[in-house]
Design a binder for this molecule. Sequence first.
Ligand code: ZN
Length: 77
Amino acid sequence: MIDDKVKIRCPYCTRIFRDRASRLRPDYQINCSDCNRLITFSSDTEDPHLRRALKTAREIRMVCEMEFQRARAAAMN
Ligand SMILES: [Zn+2]
């Protein structure tokens, strides 16, 4: 199985926590598990850590989609 968890660095308290790549899209919002402040993943964010988290999530979703297609193709044979 693919690890679909993406590391998120809170811009307020700099703690790192993880969330699923399938949820982490532009305009996604989550409360920091530590300081409980709302983090918004806008695609034009200035925060390089949030930008990287969005990019990583997109890459993981692509890999998951490829795996899904391959599994489906294998099941048909
Ligand atoms: Zn925080």
